[in-house]
Design a protein around this ligand. Structure first.
Ligand SMILES: Nc1ncnc2c1ncn2[C@@H]1O[C@H](COP(=O)(O)OP(=O)(O)OP(=O)(O)O)[C@@H](O)[C@H]1O
Length: 231
């Protein structure tokens, strides 16, 4: 569950990136965050995992109150979240298997348990046969699938994705969406910022549109037209 109440985020005292945002996202929802460049989508999303802190207002993610969160609590919040970025952010010197296992080792799981879980998520994203490859030997779509496998390895309740299909051609983007749909159907909440109007129009879900830092539309099964869509 994610709840924003009257959330304001100002940068440098001046730029009003999020302007009194209030909304609720229930567990298991699939939500797109759309809007023009500079509208405030990334700011909205970054506050969800405490990368940015609101200037005022309240944010609740699962049982965590983010506006009063201590630094020591942040890792506990992050363990409940999976995060995927447009540029994948894989570790270049680690294999596919090691990239996915890394997050699990950090939280001190048994090696056997790690191996089992990594095998499961690599199977889910269809990359079992690439487990010993290094990231630079993979296509963009394959790298994003590794990033998704890594993000879901720890069974997050919420998967946050900032432009996950932004660098991919339409068919590869559809492959990524098919995986996200599958993860969502298993109960994981998905919050996805995107410019890809064809994705929003093909895979119908709730659409939250942000413009000038404000929510200008919040619609079940909404569509989206973006003239600058880099589909
Ligand atoms: N760290 C920062 N410091 C100062 N201003 C920032 C910072 N991050 C974002 N901004 C400003 O806040 C506003 C919203 O930016 P944000 O990145 O949230 O928009 P966006 O909708 O995600 O854009 P895009 O689609 O281009 O990624 C913009 O005016 C941006 O310049």
């Amino acid at each position: 569950m994610i709840e924003y109440k009257d959330v304001v985020k100002k940068y440098d005292g001046d730029t009003l990136a999020n302007d009194h945002i209030s909304l609720k996202i229930e567990q298991g929802d699939f939500v797109y965050v759309v809007g023009p460049s500079g509208a405030g989508k990334s700011t909205f999303i970054k506050m969800m995992y405490h990368e940015e802190v609101p200037t005022s207002g309240h944010i609740k993610v699962n049982d965590h109150n983010l506006e009063s969160m201590k630094n020591t609590e942040v890792p506990f919040l992050r363990r409940e979240l999976g995060i995927v970025f447009q540029d994948f952010k894989l570790l270049p010197r680690l294999t596919v298997f090691e990239n996915v296992a890394y997050a699990l080792h950090v939280i001190e799981k048994e090696p056997k348990e790690v191996e089992k879980r990594v095998a499961h998520v690599l199977d889910l994203v269809g990359l079992t046969d690439k487990k010993d490859s290094f990231p630079d030997a993979l296509s963009g779509g394959e790298q994003q699938r590794v990033a998704i496998a890594r993000a879901i390895a720890n069974k997050p309740t919420i998967l946050i994705a900032d432009e996950p299909t932004g660098n991919l051609d339409p068919d590869t983007a559809r492959g990524i969406m098919d995986i996200l749909e599958k993860i969502n159907q298993e109960g994981t909440t998905i919050v996805m910022a995107t410019h890809n109007s064809f994705i929003v129009n093909e895979y119908r879900h709730r659409v939250i549109e942000i413009s000038d830092g404000k929510i200008v539309r919040d619609q079940e099964e909404g569509d989206y037209t973006d003239e600058n869509s880099h589909a």
